[in-house]
Design a protein around this ligand. Structure first.
Ligand code: NAD
Length: 329
């Protein structure tokens, strides 16, 4: 595989899945060969064209209708696993219910597929389910990198690097601002965010119809303000030995009616240096960078890392705070 392009599959073709396909158009080291949504999949070992995939998805509701390479299916993931020659998949799937991603991982394990999986999971309890699959992933020859989006992901990894200046970590505080013009472009993301609000949980948010989500957003003027979220940045930093999970907090503001970010996404790491000075490092994302750029970019960087680990027979579960993302050219 060394000098060949990495053959990439994207599972889930909503907001993030489509952005992922667009990003790969700019990459020469990776080639998009497989895509699945809830109603079908498309596979072409020579590469799939987002300029055809995306309009097909919007006009017909599934990439299963893609001329020549599309297949309609209610078991698109398992059908694709058995059909496709794919080195690594980005799982841009909703984690609804909260056990969904672990179920998908089990599907890969039981199929006997070997390769790299990368997700952009958000909840601590979802990452904990994957930790329980560590041995099975390892024995099955799967290198699984979890929490590889923006938060968790890019910001968690930045915290892991920033922590190195200190001998004692006091606090890691992540604050994100997301601006999207239209919530329907990211239905799962918005439902999963609503699930963090007081009075909601994952099952309640999953059960909401699109009309109910819209009515709810009307009440809040399209804004979601999130505090003390259950976010896996905490367990990832704990596993990386940086701090206790109770020292990590995540919150943010999502504007579902405006692509401008309501605030600048940042992570602040406070600690004490060996000289006894208390200080804070801050890493702030550029306001012009979208959620999609900050999630899918890292996901592919970690996918490239995963390919390297896999080639070295390093299998099992890794988090975005344990390994560095490589850069995909
Ligand atoms: P979306 O709702 O826009 O799209 C979901 C896609 O998954 C759709 O194409 C749907 O058809 C497909 N799908 C659903 N069930 C399926 C199944 N059983 N088999 C195959 N395909 C299936 O989702 P989105 O807004 O792009 O979000 C995707 C995930 O990314 C969410 O879980 C969200 O929380 C996560 N996310 C993570 C971060 C981060 O920084 N870590 C940021 C944003 C979003």
């Amino acid at each position: 595989m060394n000098n060949q392009k990495i053959r990439v599959g994207v599972l889930g073709f909503g907001g993030l899945g489509q952005a992922a396909a667009r990003i790969l158009q700019h990459k020469s080291e990776m080639c998009l060969v497989a895509v699945a949504d809830q109603k079908g999949y498309a596979y072409n070992p020579k590469g799939l064209n987002p300029d055809v995939l995306i309009p097909t998805y919007h006009q017909q509701g599934s990439i299963g209708y893609l001329p020549e390479y599309g297949v309609s299916s209610n078991n698109s993931i398992s059908d694709l696993i058995s059909q496709g020659q794919v080195d690594g998949y980005f799982l841009a799937l909703p984690n609804l219910p909260n056990t969904f991603m672990a179920d998908v991982a089990r599907q890969f394990i039981s199929s006997g597929w070997r390769g790299v999986l990368v997700d952009a999971l958000k909840r601590t309890s979802a990452v904990e389910q994957l930790l329980q699959l560590q041995t099975e992933l390892s024995q099955g020859g799967i290198t699984y990198l979890t929490g590889c989006g923006a938060t968790p992901g890019l910001l968690t990894a930045a915290a892991a690097i920033a922590a190195q200046s200190f001998t004692e970590i006091h606090q890691v505080k992540i604050t994100f601002g997301v601006g999207i013009a239209n919530w329907e472009a990211y239905r799962a993301t918005i439902r999963e965010d609503i699930a963090h609000l007081p009075g909601f949980d994952v099952d309640k948010a999953k059960a909401m119809t699109d009309e109910e989500v819209e009515a709810f957003l009307d009440q809040t003027n399209g804004i979601l303000t999130l505090e003390n979220m259950e976010h896996a940045d905490d367990i990832m930093l704990e596993l990386a030995g940086i701090c206790d999970r109770s020292q990590v907090s995540v919150g943010g503001v999502v504007d579902t009616r405006n692509s401008k970010k309501p605030l600048s996404t940042n992570v602040q790491i406070t600690g004490r240096t060996f000289e006894g000075k208390i200080s804070t490092h801050t890493f702030t994302l550029g306001d012009e960078t979208s959620m999609a750029a900050n999630v899918c970019g890292p996901a592919f960087g970690y996918l490239k890392t995963g390919i390297k680990l896999h080639q070295q027979n390093l299998h099992g579960l890794f988090t975005a705070a344990e390994v560095m993302p490589l850069f995909v050219r």
